[in-house]
Design a protein around this ligand. Structure first.
Ligand SMILES: [Zn+2]
Length: 152
């Protein structure tokens, strides 16, 4: 399914990607700053044999920062990196499922989404169905064979 795109849309998209990249990098920087503040605070508190966090190789510092991250921050950082990668690969804003373009309006609200509205809805329906199925499977384990044979 390839939709031809009006040049105006293509430009809006390019502009959006550019500002999205800036915003993602800025958010990332901000997260790093927050974390570094925390690393510094903790290092000072612990008095770690004169080891200065800021002298560590950046690899090690990253690991240290990673250690201090909470799950939510780690997820966010991961999502940012992924989005940046996707922008680089030109797969950002493309639906993972149907490979159609995700509407700019949606990307603005949900910058990390990987699905278009339609696929997201289907996905949610599907996961709800899966969940229901799993719950039902618990009850139905004993009668599952009958259930399958009937095909209803
Ligand atoms: Zn889709």
């Amino acid at each position: 399914m390839s939709k031809s795109e009006a040049p105006k849309d293509a430009k809006a998209r390019r502009d959006f990607l550019k500002s999205a990249t800036d915003r993602l990098l800025e958010t990332k920087k901000q997260l790093h700053r927050e974390m570094q503040g925390r690393v510094k605070g903790e290092t000072e508190g612990v008095k770690d044999e004169g080891r200065d966090t800021y002298d560590l190789a950046s690899d090690e510092r990253d690991r240290e920062i990673n250690f201090i991250l909470n799950d939510r921050e780690r997820e966010k950082l991961h999502a940012i990196d992924e989005a940046l990668d996707r922008i680089k690969d030109k797969t950002y804003g493309i639906c993972d499922s149907c490979e159609g373009e995700i509407h700019l309006g949606r990307l603005k609200v949900l910058p990390f989404t990987r699905l278009c509205v339609k696929c997201q809805e289907e996905n949610e329906k599907e996961s709800k169905r899966q969940k229901t199925l799993e719950e039902e499977r618990g009850y139905r384990r004993l009668v599952l064979t009958d259930f399958e044979e009937e095909g209803s």
